[in-house]
Design a protein around this ligand. Structure first.
Ligand SMILES: Cc1cc2nc3c(=O)[nH]c(=O)nc-3n(C[C@H](O)[C@H](O)[C@H](O)COP(=O)(O)OP(=O)(O)OC[C@H]3O[C@@H](n4cnc5c(N)ncnc54)[C@H](O)[C@@H]3O)c2cc1C
Length: 298
């Protein structure tokens, strides 16, 4: 599995690279006409404030924190920013037929099957699905009633637990609702913001259409239909599109194709915020490869 720690460990060997950790970036001072700026940080170990000077700054705090840093620093006139999401759903299902692939109960905790659905009758965008076979997490509801005895259930009832699957899906941001992030505090105040869902799309309908389609291929029933309601706006952790890369220069909170923030010459954003849309798919790879592309261009 990839961990950015390995990239960092390689970079640290370079004498031109200095890594300063345990610092929280809380304000950027940047004049639009200057090529130099200052970053104020808090050392999270001793709460001391430290100021760094820069010629170029690359912000990569993740979509929520980057938006917060930019709003808090008043780098844009807007007080709120739209955050796009790829909404998630997960549904426990029972396959009526014996699965034809082999897996061993108690040995698999990672997804068994990844697949993408392209079906214009449901959506013009792809929908990403992961089919999980049995894992201990599925015993949690039984543990409430049976305590530790629940752990022996898969051995006693393999014909039940072999056929229980969880279908996890991600929808494209065009099929999902968005979030509004608003900062109302002073710059010293790092917590005074609100994150509110903007619900206009009926994601449950998309999920139900998708399940009806899948039922034709996989013979299953839904174990608990209350899970159909679990695609809550903001619950997926797959956010972005807040500072979209675009060729247009008339949008304050947009970036160019190198992640440069509009109206500034030396402020770049290199995290998931700059992806214009959130695909119905795992998002980390896109964020990493885009950041690497921007870094290589520099
Ligand atoms: C529980 C969970 C599971 C996930 N599983 C998957 C998955 O299986 N596959 C997938 O593709 N995606 C997954 N994601 C989503 C994925 O983690 C994010 O999409 C991705 O990490 C976003 O990358 P980023 O570079 O934009 O921000 P991040 O990876 O969030 O990086 C931001 C960094 O900046 C630091 N930071 C934040 N604010 C400040 C500040 N003010 N000062 C200094 N540092 C700051 C943070 O500590 C963090 O290290 C998951 C997310 C969560 C929460």
């Amino acid at each position: 599995m990839f961990s950015s720690k390995y990239v960092l460990n390689d970079l640290i060997k370079d004498k031109n690279f200095q890594y300063i950790n345990h610092h929280f970036a809380y304000k950027i001072f940047q004049d639009k006409n200057s090529n130099n700026g200052e970053l104020m940080c808090i050392n999270i170990n001793n709460q001391s404030k430290v100021k760094f000077q820069y010629n170029k700054i690359f912000i990569s705090c993740g979509p929520i924190s980057s938006a917060m840093l930019i709003l808090r620093s008043k780098l844009i006139d807007k007080k709120e920013i739209l955050l796009k999401e790829s909404q998630r759903f997960y549904i426990p299902i029972f396959l009526k037929n014996k699965p034809s692939f082999n897996y061993e109960i108690n040995k698999n905790t990672l997804p068994e099957i990844f697949f993408e659905i392209y079906n214009n009758a449901i959506s013009n965008q792809s929908i990403h699905l992961q089919l999980y076979s049995f894992s201990e997490i599925m015993l949690k509801p039984f543990e409430k009633i049976m305590g530790n005895y629940a752990n022996s259930l898969p051995k006693i009832l393999p014909f039940v637990f072999n056929n229980i699957f969880v279908l996890l899906g991600y929808m494209h941001s065009k099929d999902s609702n968005s979030l509004n992030i608003k900062y109302e505090g002073t710059f010293e105040d790092i917590s005074n913001y609100t994150l509110s869902p903007l619900n206009s799309i009926d994601t449950k309908k998309i999920v139900i259409d998708l399940l009806n389609l899948l039922r034709k291929e996989l013979n299953f029933f839904i174990i608990n239909s209350t899970f159909l309601n679990n695609s809550k706006t903001g619950s997926s952790y797959h956010y972005g599109g807040s500072f979209p890369m675009t060729n247009k220069t008339n949008i304050e909170n947009s970036t160019n194709l190198k992640g440069k923030l509009n109206n500034y010459e030396n402020i770049y954003i290199t995290d998931q915020s700059v992806l214009p849309e959130m695909p119905g798919a795992p998002t980390t790879f896109n964020a990493m490869i885009n950041a690497a592309r921007i870094a290589n261009d520099m």
